[in-house]
Design a binder for this molecule. Structure first.
Ligand code: GTR
Length: 425
C-alpha cells in the first residue's frame, strides 16, 4: 500500500513537472536559437560525400551508428519469432469485402514468453497484396467495430472515458479509435492493413522489467545500458518482427510494405524504416520531437521535455543533449535521409504546434539532398506548402488543418502516395 502511494505521489509530481514544462514551452519563432545543422552529405571527418558508393558504404552506416548510440539505443542481441499461430480467419469481414486474420506471434527465451497479437484485413485478390503496417494505441479491437476481434489482455494506459481501468480494456473501448483507421477505404483502394497494439512488445511506461527488454538482459541486469534501446527502439524492433512474419504470409507482397505510425508511433515507424530496409515505404504522421522534427529548433516539444516526460523512450545517452542540442552529432533530417531512396511521407497538422510542423517540413527538405545524390527526386517543394496542399515526390509532405491526430484526410494522401510508388491497384 505504502509503495503504491509513493508511486502515485511520484506520478503526480512527474505529471506536474510535465505540465510545467508544457507551460514553459516556446512557440515564438523569433526565439528559435541560432543553430547550424550538421550537413547530411558531410562526413564526420569533414570530407564531402559525392557518390552513391560513399553514401552507402560510409556515411549512411556512420549516421545510423550515431542515432543508435546517442538517440534510440542499440538492440543488445538477436531474437526471432519462436512460433506463429493463425487462430482466427474469415472471408466474411466487412460484409464480405475482406479477409480477416488474427495471429499470435510468440517470443520465448528461457522461461520468458511474450505473445503479440496481429490483426490483418486484406482485400480479396488472387495476387499478393501491398499492405500498410502500423501500431495502434489501445488494442486491435479499437480500430474497427468488429465483434470478432479479441480484446487485448495486455497492459494499456488508463482511459476511464472508454472504460480502460486498472490498465485493462473493457468492451466499451471497442471501435474507440475507428476514426483513425478507415479500414474500408484502405481495402477498397486495394491495400491490406496490418495492425498491432504497441504495448504487446513493450508497455508504454517507465519500467524495463516488462515487455521485450528483459529477454535480452545478462545476469543481474535490470535495465538497458546507457547506449541500449529504449521503448521507441523496442517498438521499432517489433515492427521488424512483424515484417519477419509478413515475409512468410502467402497473401502479402512483402516487397510492398509501408510502415506507418502516428505521433510516438511515428517515431517508431521512422526508426523501423531507418534500421530495416525491408520496409519499402515509411510514413510519419505528426511524429514531432525525436521523430521527423529538427531538435535544434527548440520550438514546441524539446529534447529536455521529452526526456523528462518519457524517460523510457530513448537511450540514456540521449539525456546528454537536454538543452544541449548543438552537441548532437546528428539531427532528425539525417534520420529521414537513412530511408533514402525509399519513398517517405512526412505529415504535420496546423494545430499540432507541439510537434513543430515547420521543423518536420525542414527535416524532409534537408533529407532531399540524399535522395538527389541517389538519383531520385526528394521533396518537390522548397517552401512549406499551404495547408491541405500535399506535395509528393519520393518524399511526400502535407500540413493539414486540424489538430494532432491520424485522420481520413491523412490516409487519403498515404493511399495516393502508395498508388504512385507501389503502382496502384
Ligand atoms: C506527447 C509527446 C509527443 C508525442 C505524443 C503522442 O505527449 O510529447 O512526443 O509522441 O505524446 O505520442 O501522442
Amino acid at each position: 500500500m505504502r509503495k503504491y502511494s509513493l508511486i502515485l505521489l511520484f506520478s503526480f509530481l512527474m505529471s506536474g513537472y510535465a505540465n510545467a514544462q508544457r507551460e514553459k514551452v516556446n512557440y515564438d519563432k523569433s526565439k528559435i536559437p541560432v543553430y547550424k545543422l550538421p550537413d547530411v552529405l558531410t562526413r564526420f571527418n569533414g570530407r564531402k560525400v559525392k557518390s552513391e558508393k560513399v553514401w552507402l558504404k560510409k556515411q549512411r552506416p556512420d549516421i545510423l551508428k550515431q542515432f543508435t548510440d546517442e538517440v534510440y539505443g542499440k538492440i543488445p542481441g538477436v531474437m526471432g519469432i519462436s512460433e506463429v499461430k493463425v487462430w482466427e480467419s474469415s472471408d466474411e469481414a466487412l460484409n464480405g469485402l475482406a479477409h480477416r486474420k488474427q495471429i499470435s506471434l510468440f517470443f520465448t527465451k528461457d522461461d520468458r514468453h511474450l505473445e503479440v497479437n496481429v490483426l490483418m484485413y486484406l482485400p480479396k485478390k488472387s495476387a499478393k497484396v501491398s499492405v500498410f503496417v502500423g501500431y495502434n494505441f489501445t488494442g486491435n479491437h479499437t480500430v474497427i467495430n468488429d465483434p470478432a476481434i479479441r480484446l487485448t489482455e495486455s497492459w494499456v494506459n488508463d482511459n476511464p472515458s472508454i472504460g480502460i481501468i486498472n490498465n485493462q480494456v473493457t468492451e466499451q473501448s471497442r471501435a474507440s479509435d475507428e476514426d483513425s483507421w478507415p479500414v474500408e477505404e484502405i481495402i477498397k483502394a486495394g491495400y491490406g492493413l496490418v495492425t498491432i497494439y504497441y504495448g504487446d512488445f513493450d508497455p508504454d511506461k517507465n519500467d524495463f522489467s516488462d515487455g521485450i527488454h528483459p529477454f535480452f538482459y545478462q545476469e543481474n541486469q535490470a535495465n538497458p545500458r546507457y547506449n541500449e534501446w529504449g521503448s521507441v527502439a523496442a517498438w521499432a524492433w517489433g515492427l521488424s518482427k512483424a515484417m519477419d512474419y509478413l515475409e512468410q504470409d502467402p497473401m502479402v507482397d512483402s516487397k510492398k510494405v509501408a510502415v506507418l505510425g502516428h505521433s510516438r508511433l511515428g517515431k517508431a515507424a521512422l526508426w523501423a524504416g531507418a534500421t530495416d530496409p525491408r520496409f519499402a515505404m515509411v510514413i510519419s504522421n505528426e511524429s514531432g520531437c525525436g521523430g521527423a522534427a529538427l531538435s535544434r529548433r527548440k520550438i514546441g516539444e524539446t529534447v529536455h521535455m521529452i526526456n523528462t516526460s518519457f524517460p523510457h523512450w530513448f537511450c540514456d545517452n540521449f539525456l546528454k543533449y537536454n538543452d544541449n542540442e548543438n552537441l548532437l552529432p546528428v539531427d532528425q533530417h539525417m534520420l529521414l535521409a537513412l530511408i533514402a531512396p525509399r519513398p517517405l511521407y512526412v505529415a504535420s497538422a496546423e494545430g499540432d504546434k507541439w510537434a513543430d510542423p515547420r521543423g518536420e517540413f525542414l527535416s524532409a527538405k534537408y533529407a532531399s539532398a540524399v535522395y538527389e545524390l541517389l538519383g531520385k527526386e526528394g521533396l518537390p517543394a522548397k517552401e512549406m506548402p499551404e495547408v491541405n496542399q500535399p506535395v509528393m515526390g519520393n518524399i511526400g509532405y502535407h500540413i493539414r488543418t486540424g489538430k494532432h491526430d491520424l485522420t481520413l484526410y491523412d490516409w487519403q494522401q498515404y493511399i495516393q502516395f502508395a498508388d504512385k510508388h507501389f503502382g496502384g491497384k
